[in-house]
Design a protein around this ligand. Structure first.
Ligand code: HEC
Ligand code: HEC
Ligand code: HEC
Ligand code: HEC
Length: 196
């Protein structure tokens, strides 16, 4: 007996560790974990209950037919309005929507102003007068996301070194090499959605 004491101690220690393990995992593992796989099932509902921020394809066209037709007939037909502008929810003044990179925070973006009313895209109704307009990003950076020369882009994709391209086209850069807002649009509106 004298020599089995250490074994009993070891077994007791293992039992204590097992009990602590069961207790701790019981409190740490969320309730709906594992219901339908190795993830927390309640998470699905949490995300589904967030307000939608993006419109369906064609949501913008309901009110901006001219821009939509011009876009569809041009080189940017494959680019969604919301990529260059902002999620529809921002336009309709629904605050919870995460800001898009094209939104008000972006360099050179004009902040959304108060203006003409927009409305519910589903109903075609016009909402209250406080509905903010879309922020418009007129900076060269907007175009640069896709067209700034990068070694990693496919060679066949149209890309330019922004500053050098502007100078080549006979325009001047600012003191620190900056490109003035709206300059790309002055020559390329037709490639996007010129409605004039
Ligand atoms: C329910 C109608 C409606 C829908 C849907 C709608 N807009 Fe508008 N939008 C308006 C109205 C009204 C104005 C203000 C008058 C105008 O400039 O045509 C406006 C203005 C704008 C402006 C100009 C903002 C400014 O400062 O001049 C932009 C850009 C714009 N919308 C983009 C979009 C985009 C992109 C979508 C889709 C994500 C969209 N709109 C969906 C009604 C709508
Ligand atoms: C490739 C980027 C890009 C896409 C895609 C795009 N826009 Fe624009 N849009 C712009 C820029 C840049 C301006 C600002 C033009 C300027 O400087 O006046 C603008 C201006 C506007 C304006 C203000 C009025 C005007 O014509 O100047 C409206 C309204 C508008 N866009 C709606 C749309 C809608 C609707 C779509 C989708 C059908 C769309 N845009 C897709 C870049 C884009
Ligand atoms: C989200 C990506 C995206 C943004 C942002 C974007 N473009 Fe484009 N652009 C494209 C795609 C895609 C094409 C079509 C490429 C093709 O035909 O292979 C294109 C084509 C063009 C072309 C035609 C090139 C040719 O081969 O004739 C020009 C010019 C152009 N874009 C200018 C602009 C300007 C100016 C802006 C900013 C107002 C802009 N783009 C913003 C994706 C973008
Ligand atoms: C003064 C007019 C002018 C300005 C400003 C201008 N461009 Fe251009 N751009 C042109 C012309 C003309 C072409 C076609 C000739 C060529 O390929 O060099 C062109 C071609 C392009 C192409 C296609 C290149 C290719 O490989 O097919 C892209 C992309 C482009 N421009 C983007 C921009 C962007 C982004 C800006 C703003 C930083 C801008 N441009 C400013 C006139 C201009």
């Amino acid at each position: 007996m004298e020599h089995s004491k250490h074994i009993i101690r070891a077994v007791l220690l293992l039992v204590v560790i097992a009990v602590v393990f069961v207790l701790v995992t019981h409190f740490l593992i969320p309730e709906t974990y594992g219901m339908h796989g190795s993830y927390r099932f309640a998470n699905v509902q949490e995300f589904a209950s967030l307000p939608a921020s993006h419109g369906a394809p064609g949501a913008c066209a309901e009110c901006h037919e001219e821009e939509a037709d011009a876009l569809a007939g041009g080189k940017h037909a494959s680019v969604s309005c919301e990529v260059c502008h902002a999620p529809l929810a921002e336009h309709l003044g629904i605050p919870a929507a995460p800001a898009s990179p094209a939104g008000g925070e972006a360099a050179g973006a004009t902040p959304a102003g108060e203006g003409e009313p927009a409305g519910d895209p589903g109903s075609g109704d016009v909402a209250g007068e406080d509905t903010p307009l879309m922020p418009i990003n007129r900076s060269a950076n907007l175009c640069g996301w896709c067209h700034e020369y990068l070694v990693s882009r496919p060679k066949t994709f149209p890309q330019v070194v922004l500053g050098a391209h502007v100078v080549e086209q006979g325009e001047e850069l600012g003191k620190n090499g900056e490109i003035r807002d709206g300059l790309c649009w002055e020559c390329h509106a037709e490639d996007v959605h010129d409605t004039d």
